[in-house]
Every structure is written in structure tokens, then in C-alpha cells.
Design a protein around this ligand. Structure first.
Ligand code: 5GP
Ligand code: ZN
Length: 113
């Protein structure tokens, strides 16, 4: 038992519809979507953030592969999508388990807020 929310979702302890899953990665809709497509791509293994994940290039590769598959499955690979990894307090990371936001389906602005 862990108190990490995304570990619990990945383990199936919190019922969640996965839009993609494989041995290493799960993906599911963000509970507070910022666009018509807003998916979180999450490694099953607990890694707190991108800085920690940098030690595991295999894991990074599997997560990025899943991001590309999710974007294609959601139909935003050609129109474009934003992939966001918030790391630490200034970036307002709120869940301390690595996740990539895949956001698409509308025109976005830059720079981000
Ligand atoms: P962060 O702020 O850490 O970059 O992103 C965390 C994301 O997780 C937020 O966009 C938030 O809406 C989402 N989130 C928080 N709790 C839950 C939950 O219980 N289920 C789902 N599907 N998303 C969640
Ligand atoms: Zn975790």
C-alpha cells in the first residue's frame, strides 16, 4: 500500500479508465482537463520527477513512446499537441510521481503562464 496517488491508479487500486497501458506505462484522462484532449502518461514504477527519471533512459524512452502513441490514438499527432512535465514548486508540480501531460485539440498560446 502506498499513499502515492499515481502509484495507486497505476496499480488499479483506484478505478480508472486507461486510454493506453503496457507493462511499464499507463495513460488516463486528467481529472481537470485543460483542453478536449488532456491525458496523463505515467510510468508504473514510482519516480518522483523528471530529474530523478533522468537516471533511467530506458524508462524515459518508454514514456516518450507512450506519449506518441497516445497522441496518435487521440487524433492530435498531425494537428499538434503539447507535452508538459512540471518539475518542482516553481512549475507547480502537484503530484510527486512523474507524469507527462499530453494536451491537444485546440490552438494554444506561448509563453505558458
Ligand atoms: P501536475 O500539477 O503535478 O503537473 O499535474 C497533476 C495533474 O493530475 C493535474 O492536472 C490534476 O488535474 C491531475 N489529477 C490530480 N488528481 C487526479 C486524479 O485523482 N485523477 C486524475 N485522473 N487526475 C488527477
Ligand atoms: Zn508513485
Amino acid at each position: 500500500m502506498t499513499d502515492c496517488l499515481f502509484c495507486r491508479i497505476a496499480a488499479g487500486e483506484i478505478p480508472t479508465d486507461f486510454v493506453y497501458e503496457d507493462d511499464d506505462v499507463v495513460a488516463f484522462r486528467d481529472i481537470n482537463p485543460q483542453a478536449s484532449v488532456h491525458i496523463l502518461v505515467v510510468p508504473r514504477r514510482h519516480v518522483p520527477d523528471l530529474t530523478a527519471a533522468a537516471e533511467d533512459s530506458d524508462l524515459i524512452g518508454r514514456v516518450v513512446s507512450a506519449v506518441a502513441k497516445v497522441a496518435a490514438d487521440q487524433g492530435v499527432d498531425r494537428s499538434g499537441y503539447r507535452s508538459v512535465v512540471n518539475t518542482g514548486p516553481d512549475a507547480q508540480q502537484s503530484v510527486q510521481h512523474l507524469h507527462v501531460h499530453v494536451i491537444g485539440g485546440r490552438q494554444m498560446d506561448w509563453p505558458p503562464g
